[in-house]
Design a protein around this ligand. Structure first.
Ligand code: GLP
Length: 262
């Protein structure tokens, strides 16, 4: 075992909570571990001449993961040519070049810096008048790609995953949703005021997310501690959509010390 391996293992601790695996450590080290898992999935499938279907997330939490993937692309020959991606959600009414659109975010932090095929990138955009048709098409595209191999999730302060706000059903699929006031106020600084934050979005549903073969939820900082604890060990309820992850058999919760309360 080399020195760096020893170092990584000593600062990330692993716990099992019911059927759920919890990894706790420094945000930087955890992000590297997750990027390494994505790298492994991509290369394994590429070796078999297959595509890998990744469910991707936005927000501040995945930034270090995307930065590490870009580094691996540049320095270690990691190719994204066999990657098909489906993002969790997108705001309604924002043009792709709006700096707060999730399209813009993904281009800036990942897609424009790696060799993704443009046609393999999917976001549930609502730039059509017929949002229901867009949502249905999105579900069909995920199914046609063979389903999600791996899904990345952040968690909102109100327990949302994607934009599945409190009240979202276990059976929910991709659809239009009204954004909750907590979600909108958390986004307000980035939009220079809550009045500029969109009121609606399109999001993959809880059921769409639970269809992934493997799920990785990341949460950083003390502000996420209470909601993470409730989601992992409280009742499974639509009042806290992340709690539905307790029903999935292959979820890893990656927490920094603030979120873990340790
Ligand atoms: C937004 C996104 C979620 C994300 C959440 C948390 O609401 N729609 O997918 O998980 O923000 O963001 P952050 O990672 O910045 O805490």
């Amino acid at each position: 075992m080399d020195k760096s391996t020893t170092f990584t293992m000593s600062i990330i601790s692993s716990t099992i909570l019911g059927s759920q695996q919890v990894r706790v450590g420094a945000k930087q080290e955890i992000s590297l571990e997750i990027a390494a898992r994505i790298d492994e999935l991509i290369r394994k499938k590429a070796g078999k001449g297959e595509e890998v279907v990744l469910g991707l997330a936005t927000g501040s939490s995945p930034l270090l993961i995307y930065a590490e993937l870009v580094r691996r692309h540049r320095e270690e020959g990691l190719s994204f040519a066999n990657v098909v991606s489906f993002n969790l959600d997108e705001y309604e009414g924002l043009e792709p070049d709006h700096p707060e659109s999730y399209w813009y975010f993904m281009q800036e932090h990942l897609f424009s810096q790696v060799d993704m095929r443009p046609e393999a990138i999917h976001l549930p955009s609502d730039r059509s008048d017929d949002v229901e048709a867009v949502a249905l098409k999105y579900e069909k595209k995920i199914a046609a790609a063979g389903g999600l191999d791996w899904q990345l999730l952040g968690i909102g302060r109100n327990g949302h995953i994607g934009f599945n706000e409190p009240g979202s059903a276990r059976e929910s699929r991709t659809r239009r949703i009204i954004l909750n006031e907590i979600t909108r106020s958390d986004a307000a600084p980035a939009f220079a005021g809550i009045e500029n934050v969109p009121t609606h979005a399109v999001t993959m549903g809880v059921s769409s997310i639970l269809g992934a073969k493997e799920i990785c939820l990341i949460a950083w900082g003390e502000a996420k501690h209470d909601i993470v604890r409730e989601a992992m060990s409280g009742p499974v309820t639509s009042a806290l959509p992340a709690s539905f992850l307790q029903d999935h058999s292959n979820v890893k919760w990656y927490l920094d010390c603030g979120a873990a309360g340790s």
